[in-house]
Design a protein around this ligand. Sequence first.
Ligand SMILES: Cc1ncc(COP(=O)(O)O)c(C=O)c1O
Length: 448
Amino acid sequence: MSALDAKLTAALASREDRHIRRRLPQPTSASAPPSIDFSSNDYLSLSTSPVLHKHVLDTLAAAPDILGSGGSRLLVNGIAHARLETRLATFFRSPAALLFNSGFDANAGFFASIPQPGDFVVYDEYIHASVHDGLRAGRTAGAQFAYAHNDVDALRRVLEGIVKEHPRVQSGKSSVFVAVESLYSMDGTIAPLAEIVQLLEEILPEGNGHLVVDEAHATGIYGPQGRGLVAMLGLEGKVLARLHTFGKALAASGAVILTNVLIRDYLLNYARPLIYTTSLSNANINAAGCSFDMLEDGTAEKLATRLLDLSSYFLQLLRFELASIPSTILSLPIHLQHPQSTTPSLTSPTFLPTPIIPLMTPLPRPLSAYLLARGINARPITWPTVPKGKDRVRVCLHAGTTRAEVEQLVSAAVAWARDVMAEDEALRQRQRRRERARAVSGFMESKL
Ligand SMILES: Cc1ncc(COP(=O)(O)O)c(C=O)c1O
């Protein structure tokens, strides 16, 4: 074995030992999944929509360019690409839009290039890996701070600390970027965007506080025509940049950053994941455009309503069934344990139902395997994707999922938890018997 092979093998074996080795799941097809899908990010079930399917094929048949794209956007600026950008800027009420090949590239490119030397970046502790990768490649080393998830007081403390210690920030000469997701991918929590905007305006009144919102998981689901939570709250003018991705609810691929003309121009000059890559093929761009047709014509809103109703139903069932299960075996995360007394509204969107519902358990792999054996696909998520001690099976709901399927999932998860409880009890009884036997034999020996 070469030295390289030995090191790689040892690293994988170490992951195996710690039960965190990643593997590809079984190959599947969206049209014929082997099990009920509670795993994919196809929240609106658009990937199996016959209407979208036909629309894409008809559009491609009529498109002047289908194959490839010819190179980087900076070499070949396809008409389809340019048109989609213009359309998205209008649709999302943004001064400018810039396409990226993926959401990962967009975050990596933005955070590596836009924050300047002397600036600060503050991010929610649950921010996506792509933001971390961008920051690592960027120019704010030593000036990056995490704050506790969705905790506006914690964010306030971090921002106040930065302002206090750095007169350049106080005077508005250096900027502070705050990076959040509108709907967090692993927890299904919603960022308190309006409060964060207010806080930035209060603590950085010189206008040097900039909010950047990743709407990857909210795209298509929230807001008018599925334009996201920023649009739902009418905060378009208060956010420096928004990211919408096409690979999740839109059943396509690619992403767009919505921002101002200057930042778009700067990204075109400095964002390496945009400059040094072949842009998405014309077929991809046309397919994404067809998905946006479904947003524009109101289809997405109807599907999203069905999806979020299903989410409320699922939670109601789970809360009832999990009441008799110890939380050490299976539980909902704290934010979902009790029905909210506050009705979701524009000012308190953090209580909105979401399609992402984590089932917290220290045994995510056995639970996921148990479900899969019963035709239910919900994936285990462990460290390092989530913090240590926060392992879970993440349930992603879809507009096309039926109530009966959701009931099947709840019954199976609860049956698994009861099996674990029974095994724990049997183990405890065996231990008690052993202890009693030991005590009796100790007593007998002392008599001899
Ligand atoms: C919050 C968030 N941002 C960005 C991305 C990356 O988007 P894409 O899948 O288009 O690369 C993801 C995908 O996992 C995500 O969950």
